[in-house]
Design a protein around this ligand. Structure first.
Ligand SMILES: NC(=O)c1ccc[n+]([C@@H]2O[C@H](COP(=O)([O-])OP(=O)(O)OC[C@H]3O[C@@H](n4cnc5c(N)ncnc54)[C@H](O)[C@@H]3O)[C@@H](O)[C@H]2O)c1
Length: 367
């Protein structure tokens, strides 16, 4: 009999639907609680997904003894305080990306979870998508060799999405977040996983005013990366693009990795093409393509995206193993975001690891 874990989902807004549906479909999860400060959302989610109870306060939910996992689908500024409360209450924490707003907040979350012996996993969802797992497999198989140059992008037209957002949600939405922290972190995290750790960051950003002329944060950006292994890279992110391929773009993440033995490219339609001098039987550089969606009649692929992340979460809670996207790992991706913002502000390249102002003056600090 598989062990079953009681789950509370905090925040019943946009992203929670993927979390609720993954728990509802997973026999190892028992959806105990839905929590939202908006009672109508908590109640509707509980009814829709079969959660046993609903609350409007995180404190009340965290007192519920049937909960082992606190899943936080909350605005960024609430990740740290509620994760820390959950850890203090002895609950494992699964938190949406980015881990937190600042590295100090991330450090406090990591420390609280460590001190209370609970797990901290961050939903860097892209690592749990089969197309990205496939790219990782291709790299691990040696087709590309040591990476030399990488290009990634995450392109959206969020103004298009927001036109269709429920007015009540839009009112409270943290729509002033910049694109680098909002979705750039997905691409940056994926490249860290695929290529390696980063030692230097340089960034440029712009504000088009296309989302809202009052907006104070960037809606397009380029982030240049130098990896510890010598590879250099570029990540392009935008909230305001209409791509020539797809019109109003949504969730488009092309990636190209060039190495000493070959290259792998995933285009805007998720088709993966490999060129390599390591393809058995092919003289010189051969190529092959991979279907990222299963063909009719093919064996089903492993659970992916949110369902894959939640499967991994339940495995790790059950076996006590460290998740792929654990707290420190997600913190390193947040560090790239913070370095990009520092680079924009200081108009210079930023070396990692980052130093806090306190450390720079010899007063100590955690960054
Ligand atoms: N992994 C992904 O691909 C992905 C996609 C979208 C969003 N996200 C992340 O998910 C998180 C939530 O995003 P969203 O789009 O669902 O936001 P949202 O605004 O739609 O939902 C947040 C919900 O939290 C509720 N809330 C606010 N304060 C609360 C509190 N103190 N206690 C309980 N509930 C509270 C709000 O009422 C709202 O319903 C963010 O961190 C975001 O970056 C991740």
């Amino acid at each position: 009999m598989p062990e079953v874990f009681g789950v509370a989902v905090f925040g019943c807004g946009g992203v929670s639907t993927g979390h609720f549906s993954a728990y509802a479909a997973n026999p190892r999860a028992r959806l105990v609680v839905a929590v939202d400060v908006r009672p109508e959302l908590a109640q509707a989610a509980a009814r829709r997904w079969g959660a046993e109870r609903w609350y409007t306060s995180a404190e009340e939910a965290l007192r519920d003894p049937d909960i082992q996992i606190a899943d936080l689908c909350l605005p960024h500024h609430l990740h740290a305080p509620i994760a820390i409360q959950a850890a203090n209450a002895g609950k494992h924490v699964f938190v949406e990306k980015p881990i937190a707003n600042t590295l100090d907040e991330a450090d406090a979350m990591i420390a609280a979870c460590r001190d209370h012996g609970v797990m901290l996993m961050v939903d860097q969802t892209k690592r749990y998508q089969n197309r990205h797992r496939k790219i990782k497999e291709i790299l691990d198989a040696g087709y590309v060799g040591e990476p030399v140059l990488v290009r990634g992008a995450y392109l959206q037209d969020i103004a298009y999405a927001w036109q269709h957002m429920e007015p009540e949600r839009l009112k409270g939405y943290w729509k002033h977040d910049g694109v680098i922290s909002g979705i750039g972190i997905h691409a940056l995290d994926l490249l860290r996983w695929l290529v390696g750790e980063v030692v230097e960051v340089q960034a440029l950003a712009s504000m088009s005013g296309l989302i809202d002329p009052q907006r104070k944060t960037e809606d397009s950006g380029h982030v240049l990366l130098r990896f510890a292994n010598g590879c250099i890279g570029e990540v392009t992110v935008s909230y305001v693009l209409k791509t020539p391929h797809l019109g109003a773009s949504w969730d488009v993440m092309p990636i190209e990795i060039y190495g000493r033995n070959g290259s792998v490219r995933m285009d805007e339609h998720d088709a993966i093409t490999v060129a390599s001098d390591k393809i058995e039987g092919a003289p010189g550089v051969g190529t092959f393509q991979i279907q990222t969606r299963p063909q009719v009649g093919a064996a089903p692929l492993p659970a992916e995206g949110m369902a894959g992340a939640i499967e991994h979460l339940l495995d790790c809670v059950q076996t006590g193993t460290q998740p792929l996207t654990h707290g420190e790992d997600a913190r390193a991706s947040l560090e790239l975001v913070e370095a990009a913002y520092r680079s924009i502000e200081e108009k210079s390249a930023i070396r990692l690891p980052l130093q806090s102002a306190a450390m720079a003056t010899g007063a100590g600090g955690t960054r």
